[in-house]
Design a protein around this ligand. Structure first.
Ligand code: NAD
Ligand code: GLY
Length: 360
């Protein structure tokens, strides 16, 4: 087994991240994180349960834990208060106490919604992230952002609430559809642009090997992304400043997701096109060269991701929708913009003309 381990350093709320092929079925790795003696509930969805519920339940059984399962429908459209409430109802109906632990088994939708339920149930119970998509390995399972969508905005209802552990089983990628691998690659590439130009170069040379499930490359890539995210979260857990850099491409991307309707473009696809737009903004301002812009665009395209806006979406629609972005302050739209490859800044002085040119 290829095992890598790191920690998110948040004082008393620090937690480990285990990255391994077979982590799900090796409870000796993570059983120490299951400290409470109460009920254990696995929250998952109808798709993920087919492959991974039984293996996780068996793992828990092998260490003497009988886990219940709460199974939700699959899809971003179900990441809402109704299904959040369904998790709470399940916990109540099964008499889960404050000493219970919830496992979030699935992608970012299950992770975000289960984490928020764990944060709220009896004012907070333990939860463990078991991400099963590339996007959730490298982004959503780490850092404690939990949320559900509201009809008026994505991820608008939520809390910062850290898990007790993150268990990443690299074998779960074997069943993940290619479109979802691409969506995860968008977040992977993001770390190269915001933080680490050498990692960006490494991806230029090796990203095909992630697609080929090369375990050496896959574990290195997931580890490096988690390491960067852990460092950013360590420095700025609740997004007072630095953490906003993780939202590169998201201002434009969220506008695409909202315009198209949740789930039509995957989050990662929208972020991919958004990162090209933010990079074009940087190019227009002379922060990055034409060559760097082309490298960013090419790496994104090579990973089977969109590099321009949806055909049906006019440029003006971005301006109307970006006004509602969570990063905005004092009526200004805030953009994360590359200063160079490996470094970005928050910019709030972008004109409408510049934004329109960026989405062109
Ligand atoms: P997702 O959870 O919808 O999963 C994508 C699809 O893959 C789903 O159909 C799911 O059932 C299926 N699936 C999951 N694992 C599988 C596997 N191993 N094999 C086969 N199918 C599998 O989407 P996602 O991309 O993982 O997450 C997107 C969500 O994450 C969005 O709601 C976004 O807002 C959120 N997010 C949160 C953060 C954060 O910091 N909390 C960061 C980024 C994104
Ligand atoms: N995905 C953005 C964050 O965790 O802050």
């Amino acid at each position: 087994m290829m095992l890598k381990k790191l920690s998110v350093d948040l004082g008393k709320r620090s937690y480990p991240i285990f990255i391994a092929d077979g982590a799900l079925t090796t409870p000796s790795l993570w059983q120490d994180c299951l400290v409470k003696r109460g009920k254990v509930v696995i929250v998952t969805n109808e798709t993920v349960q087919k492959w991974y519920l039984e293996p996780l339940q068996s793992s828990l059984k092998s260490i003497g834990v009988e886990a219940l399962s709460c199974i939700l429908p699959d899809g971003e459209q179900y990441k809402d208060l109704k299904h959040f409430n369904d998790i709470l109802t399940f916990l109540l109906e099964n008499s889960a106490g404050r000493d219970s632990t919830v496992f979030a088994l699935g992608g970012g939708v299950i992770g975000d919604m289960t984490g928020f339920a764990a944060a709220c149930y009896q004012r907070g119970i333990d939860f463990i992230q078991v991400p099963t998509t590339l996007l959730s390995y490298v982004d959503s399972s780490v850092g404690g952002k939990t949320a559900v969508n509201h009809p008026l905005g994505k991820n608008m209802i939520g809390a910062f609430y850290q898990p007790k552990a993150v268990i990443i089983d690299l074998n779960t990628l074997k069943t993940l559809p290619e479109r979802e691998i691409a969506a995860g690659m968008a977040e992977v590439i993001k770390y190269g642009i915001i933080w680490d130009r050498d990692f960006f170069s490494y991806l230029e040379d090796n990203s095909e090997k992630v697609w080929a499930h090369d375990l050496d490359v896959l574990s290195d890539v997931v580890y490096r992304c988690c390491e960067i995210k852990a460092e950013v979260v360590h420095q700025d857990e609740t997004e007072g400043g630095l953490r906003a850099i993780l939202n590169l491409g998201h201002t434009f991307g969220h506008a695409i997701e909202t315009f198209m309707g949740y789930g039509v473009w995957l989050h990662g696809e929208a972020v991919a096109a958004g990162m090209v737009m933010a990079s074009r903004l940087a190019l227009g301002r002379g922060y990055i060269s034409e060559e760097v812009f082309e490298r960013i665009r090419a790496l994104i395209a090579r990973n089977r991701l969109p590099v321009s806006r949806p055909d049906s979406m006019p440029g003006e629609a971005f301006l109307q929708l970006m006004i509602h972005d969570k990063k905005n302050r004092n009526g200004h739209i805030n953009y994360i913009v590359p200063d160079e490859l490996g470094r970005v800044s928050l910019r709030c002085d972008v004109t409408e003309e510049e934004a329109l040119a960026a989405v062109s």
